[in-house]
Design a binder for this molecule. Sequence first.
Ligand code: F6P
Length: 324
Amino acid sequence: IKNIAVLTSGGDAPGMNACIRAVVRTGIYNGINMFGVLQGYQGLITNNIIPMDARSVSNIIHMGGTILKTARCLEFKTDEGQDLAFENLKAHNIDALVVIGGDGTFTGARRFAQRHQINVIGVPGTIDNDLYGSDFTLGYDTAMNTVVEAIDKIRDTADAHDRLFFVEVMGRDSGCIALRSAIACGAEAVLLPEKETSIDELVKQLGAGAVTKKTSSIVIVSEGHKQGGAYDIAKHVKERFDHYDTKVTILGHLQRGGSPSSFDRILASRLGYAAVNELLKGSTQMMVGLRGNEIALTSLDEALTEHNFKLESDLLEMTHVLSI
Ligand code: F6P
């Protein structure tokens, strides 16, 4: 392997820049010519591929977003798009690819490596923390810190006004951010994509809090919750229980931005370093992840077929107990 390219794809996640830095510098240290692909798979198709050196990645370890830009590219799902992408890589003599992203990114990478002669390693980068084979994905820790900081602030004003807040958090169809932020913020209840919610039970629980003189309540709603988002649930609850003045906050994309936490910077550096070393050993169609503080390899197949976030029902029970 002489020429390696790196790209970021799908939703950005804090730590992607730290990972790009690690990939580029590990490659250069090993005498590899390094390239960056701009705008994810879109840039492969449009030949937006640039050479990178050690200085191209200076002073980015602390930055959110991704200097390589990212995109959700529909054309890469087609044979024509993939063939064009391969031709462009060949024109640069690129023989291996590091892709940083989530399940959509890995699905594209797996198909690409199956159809064409190219070695691919995936690095899990998504705030959703929903890839099998890594205890943590890049950006999850930073996003959690952002969510916790935001909800702590909401708690201040909720308490000052004796209000009930419904706070919607990201995670697509994974309730990981919702459940764990509920614990970290002492939320009164959490509504998850993985579990049906009884509005009656929720109303009962909020009512019990009111009786025991709770001055504020926070209900975290995961965006993937099947019975509706924060506005819908707030409306249903309000129809049956109007003890508190009720407000809704959607945290939205602020959860994706910001400087990566030290945890994410270290994780990104370890995974980027490991990704290049694996390519140099000849590995392909694998994801590098962290399991029990050790670097672990998982096939892209496995990372994609096994959903990582199995509802942690003990934690769910605990949120209930600790919020009485
Ligand atoms: O996968 C990361 C994520 O932030 C999800 O939590 C969310 O559902 C989705 O991306 C939003 O994507 P977009 O920025 O394309 O709207």
